[in-house]
Write a protein of this length. Structure first.
Length: 137
């Protein structure tokens, strides 16, 4: 079984209760979570953390590759596990549902852009906004 404490220590990061809980949350969620969601989760775990503390944890995790920061045109950041395979998101503009899309062929497009524009792509962000199947009915 995966040991979050060991993973943090391997990166020379102190394994505080809040950091461990946030890492466990990122490992078990299926859609990106915002700071308010992280704070709610920490409270459920009996851990008190203010927004500044959570932002510091998320910046530390993002800087060390443990988390990815995602912006979905909401005026806030969301976060997901950094080790999650490359994927994109479908966002319902009606109900706010977020779904992962991992079967895009974006790599071919990246190679084409790099070749035609002589532009070295380090990373990308691609989100699709629309109306989910549930909201269409």
């Amino acid at each position: 079984m995966h040991d979050c404490k060991e993973e943090l220590r391997d990166m020379d990061l102190k394994a505080t209760p809040a950091r461990l809980a946030v890492l466990r949350l990122l490992e078990k969620i299926d859609k990106p979570v915002d700071v308010a969601g992280i704070i709610d989760y920490l409270r459920q775990q009996g851990i008190k953390a203010d927004p500044a503390t959570v932002f510091r944890i998320m910046n530390l995790f993002t800087d060390n590759g443990l988390a990815k920061q995602i912006q979905l045109n909401e005026g806030k950041f969301r976060y997901e596990l950094g080790a999650k395979e490359d994927h994109h998101h479908l966002i319902c503009e009606n109900c706010g549902a977020i779904e992962d899309v991992s079967d895009c062929n974006i790599e071919a497009l990246e190679k084409d852009i790099m070749k035609k524009k002589k532009f070295f792509i380090k990373h990308h962000s691609l989100e699709f906004f629309g109306v989910c199947n549930k909201c269409q009915h």
